[in-house]
Design a protein around this ligand. Structure first.
Ligand code: ZN
Length: 379
């Protein structure tokens, strides 16, 4: 018998156009809260994605403060600044509107603005002592799954990142509105979509925490994402494909929040931390060599995923399919295309080898030399 526990966000709404009905849909979470703190970024704001939600909330008598200063790989200083503004405003609930960075920022702001625990004491696993303000996540990309995860990753130094993983980071509600993702460019659709597929693959092969619930979610996620990713790239306003991408990313998020990611993400982090390559793209580039390396230890699990996708039930079929998808989307597949050379590999490999949070999840143990060799394969 394999014991496990599984947690997720208690309330999920999937509805095209949902963000326009935000005040109605969010009522069970907002209750009497009238002062709402929006967390977003300038790109989302400029694209007009929050306009209708804002207008509707104001018409319904809500007082809204829009914080749009979130940047990719959110630095601590931005998060602390946002929390200070939320406190000054007297925020009663936090609403994230955006991709992974606004959502991660909002989750931490909810804790900081709703309690007295300093940020420095929250890093690590289950170190959070406060419950935080009510929070609602509204993703505008289909990839991170951050709307349903208990993790927030912040940039703490020049290039270093630290994660907070704790129950209180689960939002009170996730609202999935595929209309918000219609304008996502091809490249971002591909990269974030492949990242979501990686979440499913790594959750399904996690050596320590995989469980029947995360397994079911990972398989369902993979099927939705594989079925929709190329259509979403080729037909950006196909609402069915966009809906499937958003659902797939959310299902994968539920899976990996309970059965965390492994070596693909560990090897992707230095690309983001040192070279500012977007998270999804970093994962997509390092995926093939890690899958090939892991195949000897995870043959049955890879074969099971391939079979579930309607492919021949073998690890090589899964690997070929992931390479086919990346090629068809046209995104970068080599480190050299991202400005990274042979000379950078030792530094990146040292970072990876020191990642004792993610590497133990991987189905096969990686040494420093393995990591160097895997990077060398994709220069
Ligand atoms: Zn990821």
């Amino acid at each position: 018998m394999h014991n496990f526990s599984f947690r997720t966000v208690p309330h999920i709404v999937f509805e095209a156009g949902a963000s326009k009905r935000l005040s109605k849909l969010a009522a069970p979470v907002l209750k009497d809260a009238k002062r709402l703190f929006f967390v977003t970024d300038k790109g989302v704001r400029k694209a007009g994605l929050i306009d209708e939600a804002l207008a509707a909330l104001k018409a319904d008598g809500f007082d809204v403060f829009v914080f749009d200063e979130v940047v990719a790989d959110p630095p601590e200083a931005v998060v602390l600044g946002a929390a200070g503004k939320a406190r000054d405003f007297g925020a009663q609930a936090i609403i994230a509107f955006g991709g992974g960075s606004p959502m991660d920022t909002a989750k931490v702001v909810s804790l900081l603005a709703g309690g007295d625990q300093p940020l420095s004491e929250m890093y690590g696993v289950e170190q959070v002592q406060v419950t935080g303000l009510p929070s609602i996540m509204i993703p505008t990309t289909a990839g991170t799954g951050s709307e349903v995860t208990n993790v927030a990753v912040l940039t703490t130094g020049a290039t270093s990142k630290r994660g907070i993983a704790a129950g209180p980071l689960y939002a009170d509600m996730a609202i999935l509105d595929p209309e918000l993702t219609l304008g996502l460019p091809r490249h971002a659709t591909a990269a974030t979509g492949i990242d979501a597929m990686v979440h499913a693959i790594e959750a399904f092969t996690n050596k320590r925490s995989k469980n029947p619930v995360s397994d079911a979610l990972a398989l369902a996620a993979l099927k939705k994402l594989q079925g929709a990713i190329l259509t979403a790239c080729d037909e950006p306003s196909n609402i069915e494909a966009r809906g499937d991408m958003l659902l797939g990313a959310m299902l994968a998020g539920q899976a990996f929040s309970n059965s965390p990611v492994g070596a693909v993400h560990a090897m992707a982090y230095p690309l983001g931390g040192i070279f500012h390559v977007p998270h999804g793209l970093s994962n997509s580039v390092v995926l093939p060599p890690v899958l090939k390396f892991n195949a000897v230890a995870a043959e049955n699990l890879y074969a099971e995923m391939a079979g579930h996708l309607g492919l021949e039930a073998s690890s090589s079929a899964l690997i070929t399919e992931m390479e086919r998808i990346a090629d068809a989307t046209g995104i970068e597949t080599r480190l050299s295309q991202l400005g990274i050379s042979h000379n950078d590999i030792p530094r990146m490999a040292e970072d990876v080898a020191a990642n004792d949070r993610l590497l133990p999840n991987n189905p096969r143990e990686l040494t420093y030399d393995d990591i160097v060799r895997l990077y060398e394969e994709i220069v």
